[in-house]
Design a protein around this ligand. Sequence first.
Ligand SMILES: *Cc1c(COP(=O)(O)O)cnc(C)c1O
Length: 220
Amino acid sequence: MSVNKEKYLELLKELGDRAVLVAVSKTKPATDIQELYDLGQRDFGENYVQELVDKAAELPQDIRWHFIGHLQSNKVKYLAPFVHLVHGVDSASLLKEIDKQGAKTNRVIDCLLQVHIAQEETKFGFDQQELEQLHVTGLNNIAIRGMMGMASFSNHTEVVRQEFNILKQLFDKYNGKFGERHAFTTLSMGMSGDYPVALAEGSTMIRVGSLLFGERNMKH
Ligand SMILES: *Cc1c(COP(=O)(O)O)cnc(C)c1O
């Protein structure tokens, strides 16, 4: 299946300037990314470090690459020189490593704190207690730009709505709390299946894959 350009244009119209669209291109070939790029899309999201690095090398330099997967500390160094936004920061130690690699490449790397909002056990992220204990003093090469979360995979819209609502409340609560340098700009929530609910609950950035690029195989 190839890129759904009609859906893309429709989605842009629907979003207007309410939210930024990150096109999630994991497992999809660079040619698919180029197709959306040619329509004007610049924000792309990937889940796997090696895949992102490979694609970045062969695609236009002005693409803004979002890392949306679970990031292992030992791989931060590969992304640090160019990544636009790291969505899935889920521990203080990862934040420290991003800061360290940011210093090495002379950058301030924008990050989102991933917050655990779903009922499922498997999803990564800070819980509320961990957020409360997070301190970022002395980390001069990262900037916390907001939060990211994934709702339960559920057909019950109310469950999903409540989870997004909790994330929005945490976003408002912690905005400004980490210091002046860390003013929040971005609430990353909503995917192909639940972005309308996310938008209604205050999302400013949605991460949409299969709706644009077609279904992926099961493992992803
Ligand atoms: C894969 C993925 C998406 C996109 O999912 P779709 O359902 O294909 O839109 C969004 N966010 C994260 C964190 C993902 O891993």
